[in-house]
Design a binder for this molecule. Sequence first.
Ligand SMILES: [Zn+2]
Length: 124
Amino acid sequence: MSTPRGWVHQAALLKRGIRRCIKCKRLQKIDQFHKDRSNKSGVRNDCKKCVCRRRRLAYVKHPEKLLACTRRWRLAHLDKIAAYKRRERKERGDQVRLRERIYWSVNREKQRQKNRRSYRNAAR
Ligand SMILES: [Zn+2]
């Protein structure tokens, strides 16, 4: 059985920590690809930029689908998220606090309106 030439080339590149994205066809360092244990090389075939772009487009088309997916993931990985938040706070406490303060000052009004709306609906 012969190995396809393209694959040999890919393997040679991979040894040097470089991979070609199958979407944008650019040669990039391995850290520009998401990890994927189901793949022989250990990383995805498309680069992080391409994955992000595709997800953004998918979000524009079907926001509710993507949000549901994120919600499911979040519920399944609550412990992981808690650990991540703990680590973040420990390593970059000041930055995190600042970010949270900005987030809440922007979203407080939104949150308040939402609460008011649901209260009104419940009263009806
Ligand atoms: Zn790409």
